[in-house]
Design a binder for this molecule. Structure first.
Ligand code: FPP
Length: 245
């Protein structure tokens, strides 16, 4: 059992960007005999708390996997329930996010989302664009492979238009074509509910991220879980492919 306390966090080495795979909402609900959507509802509250707790320790960006490009294959009732919940949260929390200095952005194929959700997110972007305490990047209709495909298509278009030579396509150039090149890459990727998978999340950006998997189910993910994850991250030696003595 971990004996780490939040006081063990080094304020000088806070991860700038934490990405989260919020897994286990369904299991959380099932264990209580509740509908799966109740798990997602509690998951949304856990995300709201995470954003503020992370901002309080100096994290600059949270990217949260709210709906993957594969999640459309879930039962129709769950898909529409999740879309409604995300829209509800994007509306209901706007004032709170403004007050807390949160800038809201999204990652994913935006144009495929229900129109009302696009409209709500557009309002959120506009209303929070000058906030600078923390960025909340909501990955919705997001797929890591799709993001790379979209970047490759943009590069191909530039080549066809004669604005780019194929030889100029490199790692740095493609990074600039990802959904949010202005954000730092995740330092830490947290996955809840014990699954040891990346599940098509931020495939490009997590090349050198530290992974942290906890058995905690997402709706139960608390401030102390965040602190334990950050303390664990701070105990790692980041090598970026080099030899570190
Ligand atoms: C995975 O748990 C979770 C999701 C697919 C959805 C995450 C969505 C939220 C937390 C909703 C709120 C988001 C916003 C932005 C308001 P699972 O259903 O796969 O859990 P299981 O593996 O236990 O079944």
């Amino acid at each position: 059992m971990s004996t780490k306390k939040h006081t063990d966090i080094d304020p000088e080495r806070i991860p700038a960007h934490i990405a989260v795979i919020m897994d286990g909402n369904g299991r959380w609900a099932r264990r209580r005999g509740l509908p799966r959507l109740e798990g997602h509802r509690r998951g949304y509250k856990a995300l709201k708390n995470l954003v503020v707790n992370a901002a309080d320790i100096g994290v600059e960006v949270i990217t949260a996997y709210a709906f993957s490009s594969e999640n459309w294959n879930r039962p129709a009732e769950e898909v529409s329930g999740l879309m409604k919940l995300i829209r509800y949260a994007a509306k209901a929390e706007l004032n709170y996010m403004k007050k807390e200095g949160v800038r809201i952005v999204t990652s994913g194929r935006f144009y495929e989302l229900p129109q009302e959700l696009q409209d709500q997110f557009n309002e959120d972007y506009e209303e929070t664009k000058n906030n600078n305490r923390i960025v909340l990047n909501i990955a919705v209709n997001y797929g890591g492979r799709n993001e790379i495909v979209d970047a490759a298509r943009s590069a191909a278009r530039m080549v066809v238009e004669g604005k780019l030579s194929p030889d100029d396509i490199d790692d740095k150039m493609l990074s600039g074509l990802m959904y949010h090149p202005e954000l730092p890459e995740p330092d830490l990727l947290i996955r809840t509910a014990g699954e040891m998978r990346v599940s098509n999340f931020l495939l490009w950006e997590t090349a050198y991220s530290e992974l942290y998997v906890t058995e905690t189910l997402w709706p139960d993910f608390s401030k102390s879980d965040l602190y334990v994850a950050v303390a664990d991250y701070q105990g790692r030696t980041r090598k970026f492919g080099k030899v570190v003595e």
